[in-house]
Design a protein around this ligand. Structure first.
Ligand SMILES: NC(=O)c1ccc[n+]([C@@H]2O[C@H](COP(=O)([O-])OP(=O)(O)OC[C@H]3O[C@@H](n4cnc5c(N)ncnc54)[C@H](OP(=O)(O)O)[C@@H]3O)[C@@H](O)[C@H]2O)c1
Length: 245
């Protein structure tokens, strides 16, 4: 998803900063973007689960006017029952999906509001709508991002800064393929295309606070809205293959 965002942003003539942990993947992606769009690309190899990650990112981007920030890294392709995972793994997920997102919004949002223009996309998930078995900490972090995006939109939209909580359904990424245990040669079926997701999100930056990709009502509320909380949780707890979106 992050690579798709980077390509769509660069295709608009904007320079990009790419963040991930694997240097070879970052560099290959950066080279492809430079060659295709002729924009400047900076790579920052960082583990966003590290407590000082956003401080490192702020230092690595000093001198750059960051006009659009997409916080995308956030999937959990090791989802399992709450007690089947070490507590440190839960803590690490919360650090990347909550603390780092909050700190990034704070440090990169402040100059945007001072300038009176900019945009921030927080990528969240249908797992934010209700709890469910094997979703526990992941779903809770995605709910955190959704509420944070809505709240920042409420505070910043009059100052010219767009905030979009981008809610994804099942999207054809390596992470999801690992979760579903399908190989790269298998037809993705009903999965969304990351390029379509990124393009749609960038077209709708001003339509926040929330954009639900693939929904008939993309600016609407939870698709589970009319269910009781118990029925919603039971639905979310069904095996992935029996769920949609
Ligand atoms: N795919 C879906 O079906 C789906 C559904 C709902 C919501 N979402 C949301 O969409 C977003 C993107 O998901 P995705 O499927 O593309 O998988 P992802 O695992 O979030 O994204 C993978 C990318 O993020 C980087 N990354 C992961 N952990 C990182 C860390 N600790 N520090 C720095 N970079 C890190 C990875 O590079 P490195 O491994 O090199 O670090 C890779 O480039 C997530 O927020 C996810 O919650 C996805």
């Amino acid at each position: 998803m992050g690579a798709a965002f980077a390509h769509k942003i660069a295709s608009r003539g904007l320079n990009v900063v790419l963040v991930a942990r694997r240097v070879p993947v970052l560099e290959a992606s950066a080279a492809g973007i430079r060659d295709t769009y002729g924009v400047e690309v900076r790579t920052v190899a960082l583990d966003l689960s590290a407590p000082d990650a956003i401080w490192e990112l702020v230092k690595a981007t000093s001198g750059i006017e960051v006009g659009l920030f997409v916080f995308n890294a956030g999937a959990d392709d090791t989802s399992c029952a709450f007690l089947d995972k070490p507590v440190d793994a839960h803590r690490s997920l919360m650090q990347r999906n909550c603390t780092a997102v909050m700190e990034a919004a704070y440090h990169f949002g402040a100059p945007m509001t001072a300038r009176g223009h900019g945009a921030m996309v927080l990528v969240t998930s249908g797992a934010a709508w209700a709890g469910g078995a094997a979703l526990s900490v992941y779903g809770a972090t995605k709910a955190f991002e959704l509420i944070l995006a809505e709240s920042l939109w409420a505070e910043w939209h009059d100052s010219g800064v767009h905030v979009l909580g981008l809610v994804l359904g099942r999207t054809d990424t390596p992470s999801l393929r690992r979760t579903l245990e399908i190989g790269s040669d298998t037809s993705p079926g009903e999965l969304a295309d990351p390029n379509d997701v990124a393009e749609t999100a960038l077209e709708h930056l001003a339509d926040g606070p929330v954009w639900i990709h693939g929904s008939a009502s993309p600016t609407g509320g939870s698709p589970l809205g009319s269910l009781s909380r118990r029925d919603a949780v039971l639905l979310m707890s069904r095996p992935r293959s029996a769920r949609t979106g």
